[in-house]
Design a protein around this ligand. Sequence first.
Ligand code: ATP
Length: 261
Amino acid sequence: MEEGHGIPRSHPRYHSLVIRERLVEGFRKGIVVPQGLIAHGRGEAFDYILGEKTHPFAVRAVEAAVASLLVAERPVISVNGNMAALAPREIVELSEATGAPIEVNLFYRTEERVRAIEEHLRQHGATRILGASCRRAHLPGLESPRGVVCEEGIYSADFVLLGIEDGDRTEALKRLGKRVAAIDLNPFSRTAQMADITIVDEATRALKLAVRVAGELRGRPAAELRRIVESYDNRAVLREAFKAMLERLSYASSKGLLLEP
Ligand code: ATP
């Protein structure tokens, strides 16, 4: 189906509606589960408060995440149904630009859905992809199938980029000593609080930006990339995310309307 789905471009919620349609289509193709639609609604509420735009704190987090993908020894881009439905092209481009493989990693895992997501990503050009045919390993502390990952992927990774992820699984990765970057619009979530790098931005926007940043950073010396990673302060980024929300809410609560402060 043509992108836009008959939604007029002049509609004030055009982008948000196009994104919803992508998820609904993903649901029809067996890529997205109903719970994924609910999780998206939670994200949308936070995006509304943030003004549906990428803030400077998210740009800093994306830069640190991309620099980490480039300097890590075994980086992995972890992809679930929502991520695959929302930004398949950007995921593939980010993988190509950083050399990090993509792993299909699902909370509601069935082998059929893993294969559907793999196929969807291949249709968008993915070559480096770990999914249904990888050697399985299990994340300690999570019951099967929530804890199933690929042995040569997430299980042995030193750095994992996650998006729209659940707190238990992020915690399991942290327990194994991995560095984690998470795209999550909700800075209150356990994932956002536990990650080493929290990208408080909508996944589609964040991944587009990550592809651009990867193009800029990939030729840089490793020492410069390490400096970006080492000087990054996630607590400061989370503080700024909460502050941006507070400022918009405080403006709205004093004026009774929500315009750009
Ligand atoms: P946690 O277990 O980490 O406390 P949670 O229970 O909210 O979080 P889920 O229900 O799995 O976890 O939701 C995933 C998270 O992804 C939510 O915090 C939601 O705000 C966020 N999210 C949903 N859609 C998007 C999106 N398109 N871009 C960025 N973040 C999103």
